[in-house]
Design a protein around this ligand. Structure first.
Ligand code: NCD
Length: 318
């Protein structure tokens, strides 16, 4: 079966997800978190969820898996390292196999941009994109949004087109390879935020493809910091660097978020990082563990948001 349109419970990209839908996911997240454990753990009883991971993952995979289990679902993990994917089986055949085994929803992480669309069309199942190549990481953008709103004492359930008006958010680091940056840069301006992307030319080419014109690009991190209420740091994705020449000492000097830079330019700013962090490179240990860091809130919000995405995907009553 090849279906023309992906299942409506899918989340394939953040692009085009209506703000009303963002608000409804955030409101479902709050509702689920407020339920007593016995009630929450029965919502997906008897449902089967497959996690299909072609790239390594700690936070995203574990949070989807724990979210599914805490809602009562049965999960199975298929990873490229220990399955017939190693033998050359295609994404489509793997998806159809999982469906034939009773999977009702597939969570996919894959190195090729657009692969969640292919899987959704091939299987007709709801597919949740857990990161596709350099393209999208929609659940990360939603958990980052929940973290920002909660830290600013704004109600996530009533999010609207002006919720983040007046806020400047700087995203610094390996923008080129970052699906996290791309998803956030698509979502945050739609809620009124001003987004600045910052990094050296090799990691942030002048033309940032597919992003709106009102996104600012700068090489001056200190200046961007001094205008920001929120700063999001990104790892340099060595696994995707192929051929790019980067002077790490220069990078650390100009783009590392360390204590002295933060104290001097943004003593009040909220610090985010999607993980995994490389301490001592893009961020110092003191900042990562410091009072301005919301990095572990992001992790906790990952579990909460992904619970809502699973309930939405399976059309369950909560
Ligand atoms: C990121 C990813 O895989 O896109 N991590 C995550 O999901 N939290 C970022 C990265 O790998 O650096």
């Amino acid at each position: 079966m090849i279906s023309a349109t992906p299942h409506s419970g899918s989340l394939l990209t953040i692009d085009g997800l209506p703000i009303s839908e963002v608000a409804s996911i955030l409101s479902l997240t709050t509702h689920l978190a407020s339920l007593p454990v016995p009630q929450r753990s029965a919502i997906l009883t008897g449902r089967r969820i497959a996690l299909l991971f072609y790239e390594s993952s700690t936070r995203t995979r574990t949070s989807f898996e724990l979210a599914a289990k805490s809602l009562g679902a049965t999960t199975t993990l298929v990873s490229d390292k220990s399955s017939s994917i190693e033998k050359g089986e295609s994404l489509k055949d793997t998806g159809l196999t999982l469906r034939a085994l009773g999977a009702e929803c597939i969570i996919l992480r894959h190195p090729s941009s657009g692969s969640p669309f292919l899987l959704a069309r091939a299987t007709g199942l709801p597919v949740l994109n857990a990161g596709d190549g350099m393209a999208q990481h929609p659940s990360q953008a939603l958990l980052d949004l929940r973290t920002i709103l909660t830290r600013l004492h704004l109600d996530p359930s009533t999010v609207h087109a002006k919720s983040l008006s007046g806020l400047t958010i700087t995203i610094t680091g390996d923008i080129l390879h970052s699906r996290v940056a791309r998803s956030n840069a698509m979502l945050l301006p739609r809620l009124g935020a001003h987004v600045i992307l910052c990094g050296p030319e090799p990691l942030l080419p002048e033309t940032a493809h597919g992003l709106s014109d009102d996104i600012e690009i700068t090489r001056d991190f200190d200046q961007a910091l001094s205008r920001s209420q929120i700063v999001m740091m990104l790892r340099i994705q060595k696994e995707r660097l192929a051929g790019l020449d980067l002077d790490l000492a220069h990078y650390i000097d100009h783009f590392q978020l360390n204590e002295s830079r933060l104290v001097t330019h943004a003593p009040q700013a909220l610090v985010l990082h999607p993980g995994p962090m490389v301490r001592g490179l893009e961020i110092s240990g003191e900042v990562a563990d410091g009072p301005q860091s919301a990095i572990l809130d992001q992790v906790a919000n990952g579990l909460a948001i992904r619970s809502a995405l699973l309930v939405r995907a399976l059309g369950a009553q909560a």
